[in-house]
Design a protein around this ligand. Structure first.
Ligand code: PGA
Length: 233
C-alpha cells in the first residue's frame, strides 16, 4: 500500500518543515509506504526533516532534459541531487492548465525513471468523457505512451472527483483500476477526494494499491487517518 500526499501549491518551506516535524513523530503503520509531495521550493526542508525516516519525499513534476534553456522547469537530476525520491507526473491540473499532453507526460516519465526516480503517473477521464462513455478509451490512450517499470505507479484520478468532494464509488474505482491493470501491470493508486471517511472502502478493493491524496493530506490528522485506513492490520 502506498499513500501519497499531493500538497499541490500549498505549504512553503517553513510550513513544510513544521508539518514534516510533526509527521515524523506520528506512529504510521509499518505496512504502508507514506510519501509527501511538496512544491519545489519546500522539497529541501521536507527532505532534511524526513531524512532517516521511512517517509519518502516526491516532487510534483519533472522535466525530461537534464539541463537546458527551459525556464521554470526542474530536472530529475536536480531532484536526485536534493535527495528527492520520486515525482508525480501528468497530474490532471497540469494537463488542464499547463498544456501537459500524453506525449510530454511520456517524456517526463521516461526521463525520471531513467534518472532513478520513482514515478506516480496520473491518468483519468473528465466528467464529459465519462458521460460520453469514453472512460476506457481515454485511459487506454493516456496509458499507451507509458511502459511498465518496477519504479512506475499509476494514479487513477477521475478529473470530476478531484477537489470536488465527489469520490468515485469503490465499484467505479475498481472498474477503472482493472482497465489500467489490463494495460500496464503496475500498482494503481486511486485519487480524487479521498478522505478518512471514504478511504477504507476504496482501499479495501484488491485492485486499489493505495491513494494519491490532495486536500486531506494538508492536515496531519486526516492524512494520518488515511494512512491508518490503508493498513489492514
Ligand atoms: P483531492 O486531490 O484529494 O483534493 O481531490 C487529489 C489529487 O489531485 O491528487
Amino acid at each position: 500500500m502506498l499513500i501519497a500526499g499531493n500538497w499541490k501549491m500549498f505549504k512553503g518551506p517553513e510550513e513544510a518543515r513544521r508539518f514534516c516535524l510533526e509527521l515524523r513523530d506520528v506512529e504510521l503503520p509499518l505496512d504502508v509506504d507514506v510519501v509527501v509531495c511538496p512544491p519545489f521550493v519546500s522539497l529541501e526542508s521536507a527532505v532534511q526533516v524526513l531524512a532517516g525516516t521511512e517517509i519518502g519525499v516526491f516532487a510534483q513534476n519533472c522535466h525530461w532534459e537534464r539541463e537546458g534553456a527551459f525556464t521554470g522547469e526542474v530536472s530529475a537530476a536536480m531532484l536526485r541531487e536534493l535527495g528527492v525520491y520520486g515525482t508525480i507526473v501528468g497530474h490532471s491540473e497540469r494537463r488542464q492548465f499547463f498544456g501537459e499532453t500524453d506525449e510530454t507526460v511520456a517524456r517526463r516519465t521516461a526521463a525520471a525513471l531513467e534518472a532513478g526516480l520513482q514515478v506516480i503517473a496520473c491518468v483519468g477521464e473528465t466528467e464529459a468523457e465519462r458521460d460520453a462513455g469514453e472512460t476506457e478509451s481515454v485511459l487506454r490512450r493516456q496509458l499507451s505512451v507509458l511502459e511498465a517499470d518496477d519504479n512506475l505507479v499509476i494514479a487513477y484520478e477521475p478529473v470530476w472527483a478531484i477537489g470536488t468532494g465527489r469520490t468515485a464509488t469503490p465499484e467505479l474505482a475498481h472498474e477503472a483500476h482493472e482497465i489500467v491493470k489490463s494495460v500496464l501491470d503496475v500498482p494503481v493508486l486511486y485519487g480524487g477526494s479521498v478522505k478518512p471517511e471514504n478511504a477504507r472502502g476504496l482501499l479495501a478493493r484488491t485492485v486499489v494499491d493505495g491513494a494519491l491524496v490532495g486536500g486531506a493530506s494538508l492536515e496531519l490528522d486526516s492524512f494520518e487517518a488515511i494512512c491508518r485506513a490503508a493498513s489492514p492490520s
